[in-house]
Design a protein around this ligand. Structure first.
Ligand code: NAP
Length: 278
């Protein structure tokens, strides 16, 4: 029977420690979440993040706009950057098409960039310097470490090369001395890369992309995908792999809770970065 790697269990344990560290800080930590438009999935994610923040005593302020221009949003973010009562800022993606996502993200002070998506934080990750690491990538590293799955020297195949997940994850794993193969939609014969991997991390958004024939019995699968089929949530790995491989993260209950946890953890990291300056 395959081992299930529970992101909920890991999150709950790490949260206990985080909560203790936050309690020791005199100042109130605060996260400002900015959202624009009416994306239904975003509403659920935001609700979840706010609830989790409150559980470790991080105050959450939610600024929602039905409609806004890039320029106006830039002004709001610049004000938040200057506000010393704001520890971290999260812009919920995707933004509506009329807004320039790149400009908005890079307006955030990198020391308040809780998602680690500004060019400065990405450059820091690439040069293995202290900065804010994108939440899903950091969540996966924390989950592997918590589960005592060694990363060093492992062959890790990542499927999906987005700026949000695949690319920062590849660099994070390289920084931990894994040997990384990064696959995408133009990769020929995915099976060659999945069969030879010790760890497969799939972040595509296609249910059933990874099946039993593509994995070995000693493989560990980290399933990042979130797909909705007939109202039910599933990942990118077909259920058949659960019987065959060594360990799998379930969907839901695997990577998702870890991604949200890292918003809290990164808020503390933002606080520490800002303190370093003084
Ligand atoms: P994305 O920006 O759409 O990227 C998808 C990636 O998958 C792209 O790199 C694409 O390749 C690749 N791809 C598409 N079809 C493929 C195929 N047949 N074979 C191999 N690669 C293929 O998506 P994302 O934002 O990274 O998210 C990926 C999935 O993870 C989604 O289901 C999302 O909901 C989920 N997600 C979950 C969490 C969590 O916390 N659990 C967090 C973030 C995202 P190209 O680059 O060539 O187009």
């Amino acid at each position: 029977m395959t081992n299930l790697i529970s992101g909920i269990k890991c999150r709950d344990e790490l949260k206990k420690n985080l909560s203790k560290r936050i309690k020791k800080i005199k100042e109130k930590l605060t996260l400002t979440v900015i959202s624009v438009g009416d994306d239904e999935a975003s509403k659920i994610y935001i609700k979840n993040k706010i609830k989790e923040c409150q559980s470790v005593n991080i105050e959450c302020n939610h600024l929602h706009f039905e409609n806004i221009t890039t320029n106006k949003l830039v002004k709001i973010i610049k004000k938040l950057n200057k506000d010393s009562s704001v520890t971290s800022i999260l812009v919920q993606l995707p933004l509506p098409k009329n807004i320039d996502e790149n400009i908005i993200i890079n307006t955030i002070d990198y020391k308040k960039d809780v998602d680690g998506l500004t060019d400065i934080n990405i450059a820091k990750l690439y040069s293995n310097k202290k900065g804010i690491i994108p939440c899903t990538a950091k969540g996966i590293i924390d989950l592997l470490e918590f589960s005592k799955i060694n990363i060093e020297e492992k062959n890790v195949t990542i499927i999906g090369r987005s700026n949000l997940v695949g690319k920062p994850l590849a660099v994070s794993l390289l920084n931990k001395n894994a040997t990384v193969t990064l696959c995408h939609s133009k990769t020929k014969n995915l099976k060659i890369h999945t069969k030879s991997a010790d760890i497969i991390i799939v972040a595509v958004g296609k249910p059933g992309l990874i099946n039993q024939k593509m994995v070995s019995k000693d493989t560990i699968i980290i399933d990042v995908g979130i797909n909705r089929i007939n109202g039910k949530i599933c990942g990118d790995a077909d259920k058949s792999v659960y019987k065959k491989c060594k360990a799998v993260t379930p969907v839901p209950g695997g990577v998702g809770p870890m991604t949200v946890y890292e918003v809290l953890s990164n808020t503390l990291e933002c606080y520490k970065l800002q303190k370093d300056k003084k």
